[in-house]
Structure formats: structure tokens, C-alpha cells
Design a binder for this molecule. Sequence first.
Ligand SMILES: NC(=O)c1ccc[n+]([C@@H]2O[C@H](COP(=O)([O-])OP(=O)(O)OC[C@H]3O[C@@H](n4cnc5c(N)ncnc54)[C@H](OP(=O)(O)O)[C@@H]3O)[C@@H](O)[C@H]2O)c1
Length: 361
Amino acid sequence: MKTYQVGIIGATGMVGQRFATLLENHPWFQVKCLAASARSAGKTYKEAVGSRWAMKTPMPAAMADMVVLDATADMEKIAGMVDFVFCAVDMKKDEIRALEEAYAKLECPVVSNNSAHRGTPDVPMIVPELNADHVKVIPFQRKRLGTKRGFVAVKSNCSLQSYVPALFPLSGFGVEKALVCTYQAISGAGKTFETFPDIIDNVIPYIGGEEEKSEQEPLKIWGHVDEEKGVIVNADSPAFTAQCLRVPVSDGHMAAVFASFKNKPSKEEILSCWKNFSGRAQELQLPSAPKQFLHYFEEDNLPQTKLQRDLEGGMAISIGRLREDTQYDYKFVCLSHNTLRGAAGGAVLMAELLCAEGYMD
Ligand SMILES: NC(=O)c1ccc[n+]([C@@H]2O[C@H](COP(=O)([O-])OP(=O)(O)OC[C@H]3O[C@@H](n4cnc5c(N)ncnc54)[C@H](OP(=O)(O)O)[C@@H]3O)[C@@H](O)[C@H]2O)c1
């Protein structure tokens, strides 16, 4: 595989820092430039991040002295330097939509962590193990944008990266409805215990916009590319209802799931589906793909956030406590690392898929 030059837009933020650490020794991707707001532009990465560095490993030495560029003012320069950019910025949605499309129109593909374009019908929202075939919508988006190689591809919300991977492989039984309660880490809000002391010894029962995303975004993943209309048509089912809580955990989103099926499977059939499930990411042996996507734990007290969140580099999903329910067919719990699988890691994996499928050439 050839080497791709990449940029990180929003490099100083929580997700941007995660991109920097994940890309440090990436076999295909080489970080050529870092960009953020005008507040950081002109400073070295080390100066711009300052005390905000929240990763457990040190800042990559090769990036520490890179001068941070202005994501908007230096856009043409950045687009000319790289093969594509990763983007994770804290801006208004319409500003993000405009920024990402502007990069795409400069023929610089954008792999985005932001939610702004998730509802755009010709923008694929890909979990590489589940709906890799949605890349087929990219030529239609390029046509709309008037580009040859530029496009935007997005990652889904971090909350659903635990329960959607567990339910999707059971589609053959007709997943009718699912109720999920998520227990979400503070890094999902770009916070640490130092910057968010109110969460210590506390649970906050509201995360703005999260329940809507948790209920609606799965239907795009279950959707299909309509090649006549050139868009992704969302599925009508499963019906999701969600409650999302912020809990005093640094990293790792847990979900308690209740699900009912058109044709109720046996417990053994569910376990077998999970054990044997793999997707395009495993087939292509993408560098960031977990060997085993779904891990089931038999122990009653597993998975635990602290013990399992880093499984397979934080890219695998942990599931446990599958049992029958009195009101739904089954209930179980599942866990994913929100800033790895749920954010930067999932975006890096999606970028690997897009490269392997020829969309970055
Ligand atoms: N944290 C997660 O687990 C997670 C998961 C999934 C998705 N996301 C999404 O990823 C995005 C970033 O989240 P985060 O947690 O990394 O936020 P964050 O820590 O607050 O970082 C925000 C980044 O955006 C940059 N930025 C702000 N205004 C900008 C502007 N006008 N132009 C260019 N860059 C600008 C900041 O640069 P300065 O340092 O220069 O201000 C910083 O690099 C958000 O859309 C969020 O919803 C986050």
C-alpha cells in the first residue's frame, strides 16, 4: 500500500490529539500538517495544546514542533499539501458543513468525526465492519459537488458504536425494536476529571442531542444506497429508543440493551452470530481493524469499562450478560471505547477502508 499524506483539522482538541497519537506510527498515513482555529495558528503544536494534552502517551515528537495552520485561512495551502484530511472541530454545524465541503471542493477528501454531515443523504456514514458498501454513494456526492476526488465521509456518533455492532449481525432474525440506556464517559464531552470536577461522585442524566442521534443514526447504517437517486435511503427499522447518561468514567461508553425480533433467535444462535461475525475491515485486513470485532464474555460481572475498553487497541466491542427478558426478547450489555472505536480510531479505520477501496487515489 502506498503512503498517504494527511492533515488533522482540529488537531489541538480531544479527538484531534487522539488522531495525532494514532497516526504517529501508522503504516499507511503520514501526518503532514496540523490545523485548528485562528487562536492556535502560528504556534507550534506543543505551544497551542499546552496543558490541554489529555492522552496517556506523550505528544508525538515529530508533531510537537510543527506550526499549526489556520483551518480556514490556510485551507488552499493545506488541501495542496495532503491526500486527505481528518476533521474534528468544535464549531457551529453550518460552519462545519461549509468547511468540510470547501475542502472537498478543493479536491481534498474529508474523513470527519463531526455530526454536521451525518444527515446529508449522499454522505456515507460508515462502520467498516457493518456498512462498508455505502462507499458506493461517493461518486454521486462527487457529482453534486462537481469534484473529481473530493468528498466528505463521516463517522457515526460514539454512543451507538457499542449497541449497533451487537445488533446489526442479528439482522437476519429481523431486529424489530431496541431500547438502549447508555452510560457515557466524560472524554465524549472533550473533558477530563480535571476540567469537569462536577462529574466526580455524580451522574448527569442529559447529554444534549445525544438521544436523538442514538435513535436516528442507526437507521442510516441499516440503510441502503439507492443508485437511481444517488443517495442513502434510511431503513424503517429497527425502532430505537434511548436514554443517554453521563457517568464519572474517563473513557468507554457502556450500553444496556433490550431487543425484540420478528423471529426470536435462541441464545446459542445469537452467541454464534457474534462469534462468527466479521466484516469488510477484517476481509481487507485493514491495519486498525480488530481481529475479532465482537467479544462475548460469559462472566456475570463483565464487560467492565475499565477492564475491557482497550480490547484490541480499543477497536473491538465487548458484550456480556445476554439473557431473556420479561418484556423484550433479550437483554444484554455492551461496551466500546468512545474516543478510539467511537471517534478517532473509527475514523482512521474508515480512512483505511476508503484507501483500500481506491477512493483516495
Ligand atoms: N470527544 C469525543 O469522544 C467525540 C466523539 C465523536 C465525535 N466528536 C466530535 O468531534 C468534534 C471535536 O470534538 P472534541 O471533543 O475534540 O472537541 P475539543 O476538544 O473542544 O476540540 C475542538 C477543536 O476544534 C478546533 N476549533 C474550534 N473552533 C475552530 C474554528 N473556528 N476553526 C478551526 N478549528 C476550530 C479547536 O481549535 P483551538 O484549539 O484552536 O480552539 C480544537 O482543535 C466535535 O464535533 C465533536 O462532536 C467528539
